[in-house]
Write a protein that binds this ligand. Sequence first.
Ligand code: IPE
Ligand code: IPE
Ligand code: MG
Length: 250
Amino acid sequence: MQADIQIDKNYIPKHVAVIMDGNGRWARSKGLKRVLGHQKGVESVRQTVEASVELGIEALTLYAFSTENWKRPKIEIDTLMSILVNSLKKEISTFQKNDIKLQAIGNLDKLPSKARNQLQEVIKMTENNKAMTLTLALNYGAKEELIRATKSISKKIVNNELKIEEIDEKIINSHLYTFTLPVVDFLIRTSGEMRISNFLLWQIAYAELYFTDILWPDFRKKDFYEAILNYQRRERRFGKTSEQIESSNT
Ligand code: IPE
Ligand code: IPE
Ligand code: MG
């Protein structure tokens, strides 16, 4: 049976985050230049976005460029940025048709102005859309996010706007880039690497993790459905016992 038919529409993760990895290896395995892998990965983004909308996922967050990715050759960074600009332009109609709100997390000030401007234009155009929030993590690093949050909380304490005793999960959440998003329920990473690579550290504290060997340019809707089915087979206990979970389900 097709994976999407088996999916229980009443138990869909609210927030899915994806580490889209393996573009370079995909290209190399075909004797192509790495950048062609990134180009090819755009179709995988489209399929993942469409599948998420179809399933009624509230928030989809895609790791597109990390604070560490600046260490790559300039030509690769430039190509990634131009793929971003072109894809954003091309996908405006998809966002509008599917009622998708685009937003971005990360230190956007450091992005090339062309990328930042295009991003801001699409964010503005889609700000009232409601079906799904698509968040692109760009120049994003979880450590940078936590440092930034710590600085701004400290400033509020120094200015007597906040008391140390008032710092709790809510306060920390509200100082993260992701403050408007629900916590991450499900994190997918492609390409067989089993690491987090400085993605949403705080937000994945209780997320279910899913690793697949599929390289990002080969990732298709059916692979996303498979991942969601895998999520639905898990028991999320949040520290409780199985018996407690079972009795609250009946
Ligand atoms: C993911 O693919 C895209 C980005 C990190 C921007 P990679 O470019 O990391 O591909 P591999 O891991 O080298 O195969
Ligand atoms: C993580 O992939 C970043 C993105 C997918 C944007 P990397 O390919 O940069 O991660 P590492 O270097 O293998 O940990
Ligand atoms: Mg990689």
